[in-house]
Design a protein around this ligand. Structure first.
Ligand code: GLY
Length: 433
């Protein structure tokens, strides 16, 4: 079968790499891909939001299945458009993708499903939101544990964590008056800030059957010790011991199942990857947010461990016969993914730096270097083309061994200004000892 993967990050490299391992896959195309997918698959020069051109390509090239990586085309309705043309496609419909595309929609589904989440209020008007803050916190202006969130997609920057009344008022200003996130700020929610450990729990569902995947942990802050600004994710590992089997089953039965059922009841079935961003609070696990696609970089260590044929799994989901797929098989060994980034990321950075040492790193046992922000230059060399450049991923008998192997591979790779966090998976290693 010919397969089209839409997207160009580390997640899409991992998806294309895993699909190409299936005996049933023939040509695997990636739109528009990166230097890594150029090796493990075939890149095509169509942007991930150019839906008409993607449909035309899929028809011309007998694509049997398309897999959509990022949230933007999903929220723009790429799945509906492909299905309208009779093309098989993996991912939720535009309406179901609102679980990620609209915070207000997501909160209302959580409320209907009786799923634990932070209390929230919805606002359209900045002055009403400001009045709410001023009245509620008039006595305690320095103790305002809130998060102000733009309703729509804002490239991961639309949730502003606040500690004081001034910070909350500034967040409202940024979203609703300065409109830094554009139309995403047409509505906003203000919710109570939760404290605890974050964990990502992903499941694959055809709208009826739900298969929960092993939990992973992302490292969102730029610097060691979870310091510095937020990023798209500086590394991840799987499984994370902070979610034990009992908690995982609880999240499955009290979070994922009721959410999928409410969506079905509302005649808005969810099919694809349901990614619950959880906060493990002292009062129990609560949902921070839903995403409607694989996490990046969580996808890389996750798929590194998957043994079940990935193409079979994706196709069964699209065909609504996920119940026929037996329990998923996983490599028992944990995996660790270390993101190597460009100098300056998550702020401004330069592109086009020559990357050396990729072959040396790839020769190491149980290592896979997933490309994210890379491209091939005119001489066929891999050069940097983004902030997060590579996801260097390794398996090991223990998390500590996987970490050691991943960093051994990192040491082989160099370019001007390359850097990474040094403490990926340390939390799990402390729990392992
Ligand atoms: N790693 C976080 C995300 O994919 O949204």
């Amino acid at each position: 079968m010919n397969v089209l993967v839409v997207g160009s990050g580390g997640r899409e490299h991992a998806i294309a790499w895993k699909i190409s391992q299936s005996n049933r896959s023939k040509n695997v195309y990636v739109a528009s891909g990166n230097a890594g997918t150029a090796v493990d698959a075939q890149n095509i020069e169509i942007a991930s939001d150019d839906i008409p051109s993607l449909i035309e390509f899929a028809k011309k090239n007998q694509i049997g299945l398309s897999v959509i990586g990022p949230e933007i085309p999903l929220c723009e309705g790429i799945v509906d458009a492909f299905e309208a043309e009779g093309l098989k496609v993996f991912g939720p419909s535009k309406s179901a993708a609102r679980l990620e595309g609209s915070k207000v929609f997501c909160k209302n589904v959580l409320r209907s499903a009786d799923v634990p989440t932070a209390d929230f209020h919805e606002f359209k008007d900045a002055s009403i939101a400001e009045r709410f803050i001023n009245e509620r916190y008039s006595e305690t202006p320095n103790d305002v544990p809130l998060v102000v969130k733009a309703d729509g997609l804002a490239a991961g920057k639309g949730a502003i964590v606040c500690g004081t009344r001034d910070e909350a008022l500034e967040a409202i200003d940024i979203i609703a008056r300065q409109r830094q996130f554009g139309n995403a700020g047409d509505r906003m929610i203000i919710e109570d800030r939760m404290q605890g450990i974050e964990a990502s729990i992903l499941a694959i569902t055809d709208g009826k059957t739900i298969l929960t995947l092993p939990p992973a942990e992302d490292h969102k802050r730029a610097h060691d010790g979870d310091a510095g600004p937020n990023t798209g994710g500086m590394g991840a590992y799987c499984p994370t011991p902070s979610i034990d089997e009992k908690t995982l089953r609880w999240v499955e039965s009290s979070v994922l199942v009721p959410t999928v059922h409410v969506m079905k009841r509302q005649r808005n079935p969810f099919r694809g990857i349901l990614y619950a961003g959880m906060m493990l609070t002292p009062q129990g696990p609560k949902v921070l947010e839903y995403n409607v696609r694989f996490g990046d970089p969580e996808c890389q260590p996750l798929l590194m461990r998957l043994k079940t044929d990935f193409l079979d799994l994706l196709e069964a989901t699209v065909d609504r016969r996920l119940s026929e797929i037996g329990p998923l098989e996983w490599d028992e060994r944990p995996s660790v993914c270390v993101v190597m980034a460009s100098e300056g990321y998550p702020g401004k950075y330069e592109k086009g730096r020559l990357i050396r040492g990729l072959d040396e790193a790839s020769k190491l046992e149980d290592v896979k270097v997933f490309h994210a922000g890379t491209k091939l230059d005119s001489d066929g060399n891999s050069v940097t083309n983004g902030g997060r450049v590579l996801g260097v991923t390794a398996l090991g008998e223990t998390v500590a061994a996987a970490k050691l192997q991943a960093y051994k591979a990192v040491k082989c790779i160099r370019w001007d200004g390359a850097w990474c966090r040094k403490d990926i998976a340390d939390k799990a290693i402390t729990m392992e000892i």
